[in-house]
Design a protein around this ligand. Structure first.
Ligand SMILES: NC(=O)CCC(=O)C(=O)O
Length: 255
């Protein structure tokens, strides 16, 4: 499967501008099977204004469904603010080549350092889904600091872990280290998309990355706006798991 990660810069609180940007860049990614966008790519962390955006999530999903059909590509649509029953969730839509919305996941762990707990509600979704017969699990940014949560999906069969993010440059060493650890300890592919650019509070670090189940970096972005490309091979996961069989050796009776 050919992957294209778009580590974009965002127009703060301006979905129309961000839609325009994705529309103008997507034709460069037309050979990919799967495109991945960053967390909250339509608005950035314009949290106080999200409550005024009634149909925003549905508009975003419709926009991505049309692109998926037009370019015959699967899209993991980063995440967008999703106003539901008076609460706002930080929700990742997954759309297949036919334009069907096949999965949604709302961020489970809210990040207090960026005020998420003041404006957002934590999700309660399963992270797993299948895309082109491959078992994926999708998490959002801060979720990567919770290895038990990721391990749960891996134990249920996930072979590829995808993470859209808005991770500040100030902690980019944590980003890279945590992602490599998640890949090595779970023997899965890790594909992570982080935005670049800045808002009033943070500079974001980019360095989107694809890591194989051995922990080797397949592709890594810079700190500038760009597309990061790489290929994944599902059978590689089983090969690595035969080399060091941690799932046979783990002592599930103890933990
Ligand atoms: N958007 C986020 O969840 C940021 C998480 C983060 O920066 C961290 O250090 O964790």
């Amino acid at each position: 499967m050919k992957i294209a990660i778009f580590q974009m810069d965002l127009a703060f609180g301006d979905p129309e501008k961000n839609y325009e940007k994705v529309k103008s860049w997507i034709s460069r990614m037309h050979t990919a099977d799967l495109i991945i966008l960053p967390e909250l790519w339509t608005t950035g962390y314009d949290l106080p204004n999200l409550k005024n955006m009634q149909d925003h999530y549905n508009e975003t999903v419709t926009f991505l469904r049309e692109l998926a059909v037009q370019y015959n590509v699967n899209i993991i649509g980063g995440s967008a603010a999703n106003l539901k029953d008076g609460n706002i969730f930080n929700t990742m839509p997954v759309i297949d080549r036919k334009g069907s919305l096949i999965h949604e996941y709302s961020k489970l762990h809210l990040f207090k350092l960026m005020d998420e707990h003041l404006y957002l509600k934590e999700g309660a979704d399963d992270a797993s889904f299948k895309l082109e017969q491959i078992h994926f699990a999708g998490f959002i940014c801060y979720d990567i600091r919770f290895p038990e949560w990721i391990r749960k999906s891996v134990l249920s069969g996930a072979k590829v872990v995808v993470i859209p993010a808005e991770w500040p440059a100030a902690r980019i060493d944590h980003w890279t280290t945590l992602l490599k650890a998640r890949a090595i300890e779970n023997q899965v592919y890790v594909i992570a998309c982080n935005r670049v650019g800045s808002d009033h509070a943070n500079e974001f670090g980019g360095h989107s990355i694809m890591i194989d189940p051995w922990g080797k970096v397949i592709a890594e972005g810079s700190d500038r706006e760009e597309i990061v490309y790489g290929d994944i091979y599902e059978e590689e996961v089983e090969e690595i798991r035969k080399r060091i069989p941690i799932f046979d050796d783990r002592r599930a009776d103890f933990y």
